[in-house]
Design a protein around this ligand. Structure first.
Ligand code: IVH
Length: 697
């Protein structure tokens, strides 16, 4: 599945090149971040519409200022490469996609095109196999000698991720094929979750205070992409087969034959399927399934038609990445109308004010919906959404529905446009909207309870301190009772043991469990610690980069204090870290500029031991812990590869030369950095010396 694209673009006129470059760099980073969340982590944080808005804005800027595109230009990138952590699998036969059709006419065109291509007379029957389309995660399962030997995701169609261990946990994906079977066969199909299982999974996650999956596709993909296969095993994933990849057996004649054989080998094929002789039959199947889709145990987003005769499939072949002989006929997104009772404002960790619609509960696509996000002020104004309106909702496979329009005819007479608050609804502080941004932010910082609670929640979350038993509600209660006001209070919770035990719903046992969980986290790695601080834009990946670069908390802190001075060496050092640009660097430094944040760090230091960053390299190497700068063009190893190599050996790669630099590796046409190294007396290596040091020669 790819994100839908829309073409509306905001007008970038009036920006100076400097402003445009800064905004493009910022947008590129956000887009890359959301691409990673969507494609690799399967946990999007924003709606497709909000994502489209980012891309459209970027595209508009890009059209006007193409020369200002940042290095990681989102216009040049499609999706995201396979996630790190899984080994890669090259597909013997590429895994393709399907073209989409939305109307009956599209299907008439599709069949007519095939007739023309094959030069068939009108009376020649054109049979298609029609089957449901489940929006899951496509996978290719390879069997050799009848045994499952490898399973891979589609990835970019040519290379996927090796998910064999996880696929072995799927109950209806056979480990051994029923006989007779060929030497080699790859079974392609979709990994998915039944609707009920998806709902159950999300309920359990809600209880555990874990982020919810937006839809069954994300849940299936997120479950498959677990490096720990015991997690996949705990999710009731299913697989249905729909096609073959590499195959060494006797050729098949029809799609129908493939289905029968695949079933015989022990796979599930998706039902209800139907062999349709005419276009009319196809449309009949489509409309029938559309009306009974809720009765199926899984969510489907359309149906797929595949030409039955394989010799014809072969002749038709592919166009770009989709076959000419098959098409996905999509259902319209499910919609419903309901009253919008109230617009409330939620306050996030960083003070972002997000408007949320409270709705009269209504069923959309088999799910009861009572809330919808309204994104931001512009979205509300653009659609003129008001309290009391009858609104049209859309749920396109997603659990979080969108408000798509307002029925003006039904608008109450006394209705007034929604006034976006100028003050934070939680703490009363003034709210500000930064230039060029869609988001209003509360300026209350530490005095704002919503921000404080959200920050604490982030602090205890899975990728941060990972403290089980401190969920949303408990944090809120303890915050209100002034027991936990700052993160360090969590580590002083044991002083309130009695008070905790006396609380409703908390017995002695669960208090002990909670306090034990907290004790277990008194020692933490530097990257988790940095992530836990909840600095704007500093996600898991950036926290790791910072930890790797600065190694110890003391070192990082000292460097950040020094970086407050514009143009200082420390500032350039931060700005020069691969993937940290000036905007991110500014957010990090801004965190240290606030005294209360430094107080929090001091307070935490009394309670915690923050471990120094340990490089992944086993044992120490000649360059572990050393700071290296690469400059000029390297002939034998690309610059990125050299950097990755150095980092894997435990070195710290920096973009600028300073007195702290240990080595400067100088390639062709090296300029000022080599000069500076000489001035500072830093050791200079040529490429061969570097390769020797890295153990490559
Ligand atoms: S056939 C060469 N059949 O939808 C074509 N695909 O949007 C192979 N999908 O990539 C695909 N249900 O992951 C086929 N019954 C079905 C399907 C199906 C879901 C997925 C598949 C494909 C995507 C295209």
């Amino acid at each position: 599945m790819s994100r839908k694209k829309t073409s509306a673009a905001a007008d970038p006129a009036g920006l100076t090149p400097i402003e445009a470059a800064a905004e493009m760099a910022h947008l590129a980073k956000q887009i890359a971040h959301h691409d990673r969340l969507y494609h690799q982590k399967d946990a999007p944080e924003i709606s497709d519409a909000a994502y489209d808005a980012l891309r459209n804005r970027y595209r508009a800027l890009h059209e006007q200022f193409p020369h200002l595109a940042p290095k990681d230009d989102p216009e040049k990138r499609v999706g995201a490469a396979p996630a790190a952590g899984f080994s890669k699998v090259a597909h013997a036969v590429p895994m393709l996609s399907l073209n989409n059709a939305f109307s009956d006419e599209d299907i008439e065109d599709f069949t007519a095109r095939i007739r023309r291509f094959l030069n068939l007379p009108d009376d020649e029957a054109l049979a298609f196999m029609a089957e449901p389309k489940i929006d899951g995660l496509s996978a290719s399962l390879r069997y050799e000698g009848g045994k499952l030997v490898q399973a891979a995701t589609r990835g970019d169609g040519t290379t996927g991720e090796n998910i064999t261990a996880n696929v072995r946990t799927i109950k209806n994906a056979p480990h051994t094929l029923h006989k007779p079977h060929p030497d080699v066969v790859e079974i392609r199909g979709e990994i998915f979750l039944n609707r009920d299982d998806f709902m159950k999974l999300n309920k359990a996650r809600e209880k555990e205070d874990e982020a919810l999956f937006a839809n069954p596709r994300n849940a299936a993909a997120g479950s498959v992409r677990q490096l720990d296969s015991s997690i996949s095993a705990s999710r009731p994933l299913r697989f249905f087969a729909y096609a073959l990849g590499e195959y060494s057996g006797k050729p098949f004649k029809t799609q129908e034959d493939i289905r029968a054989q695949v079933k015989h080998w022990g796979f599930t094929v998706n039902e209800p399927s139907r062999l349709c002789a005419t276009t009319k039959d196809l449309l009949g199947y489509y409309h029938e399934l559309e009306s009974k889709r809720h009765a199926l145990p899984f969510d489907i987003d359309g149906v797929v038609y595949k030409l039955n005769r394989l010799d014809w499939q072969e002749r038709l072949g592919f166009i770009s990445r989709a076959p000419r002989w098959a098409i996905a006929h999509k259902f319209a997104a499910e919609q419903a109308e309901t009253r919008l009772n109230k617009i409330i404002i939620q306050v996030g960790r960083t003070g972002a004010l997000t408007p949320v619609a409270e709705l009269e509960p209504v069923t959309v696509g088999g799910v009861v919906v009572s809330r919808a996000t309204l994104h931001n002020q512009d979205e509300i104004e653009r659609k003129d959404i008001r309290e009391g309106d009858i609104v049209r909702l859309q749920r396109a496979g997603d659990v979080i529905p969108q408000v798509i329009s307002v029925d003006l005819k039904q608008r109450p007479k006394n209705s007034k446009p929604f006034k976006f608050p100028t003050h934070c609804p939680e703490c009363g502080s003034i709210a500000v909207r930064e230039e060029g941004m869609a988001v209003w932010r509360c300026t209350g910082g530490l005095i704002c309870p919503a921000q404080a609670v959200e920050r604490l929640r982030h602090f205890t979350s899975r990728l941060a301190f990972n403290i089980e038993g401190l969920g949303d509600e408990r944090i809120m209660e303890l915050w209100k009772d002034k027991i936990i006001h700052s993160p360090a209070d969590i580590f002083r919770l044991h002083r309130h043991r009695k008070a905790l035990e006396e609380r409703e719903r908390l017995g002695e046992k669960s208090v002990t469990k909670l306090l034990d969980a907290i004790e277990a986290r008194r020692t933490i790695s530097l990257d988790r610690f940095i992530y836990a601080l909840g600095i704007r834009q500093v996600g898991e990946a950036t926290a790791k980069l910072l930890a790797r670069h600065y190694r110890t908390l003391a070192n990082w802190r000292q460097a950040m204090m020094a970086a407050r001075k514009e143009d200082s060496e420390a500032w350039h050092d931060l700005d020069n870290i691969e993937q940290v640009g000036p905007l991110l660097a500014r957010d990090i430094v801004a965190f240290f500029e606030e005294k209360h944040n430094r107080d929090v760090l001091d307070d935490l230091a009394k309670e915690l031991t923050v471990g120094d960053f340990e490089s992944r390299a086993t044992g120490s190497t000649q360059i572990s812990g050393k700071t290296i700068v690469f400059t000029g063009t390297l002939a034998k190893m690309g610059r990125s590869e050299a950097k990755a190599k150095a980092e894997s050996l435990g070195a710290n790669v920096s973009g600028s030369v300073s007195s702290k630099t240990d080595y400067v590796v100088v390639g062709e046409d090296a300029g000022s950095k080599a000069k500076k190294a000489k001035e500072l007396g830093v050791k200079i290596l040529n490429e061969d010396e570097w390769l020797k040091l890295a153990g490559d020669q």
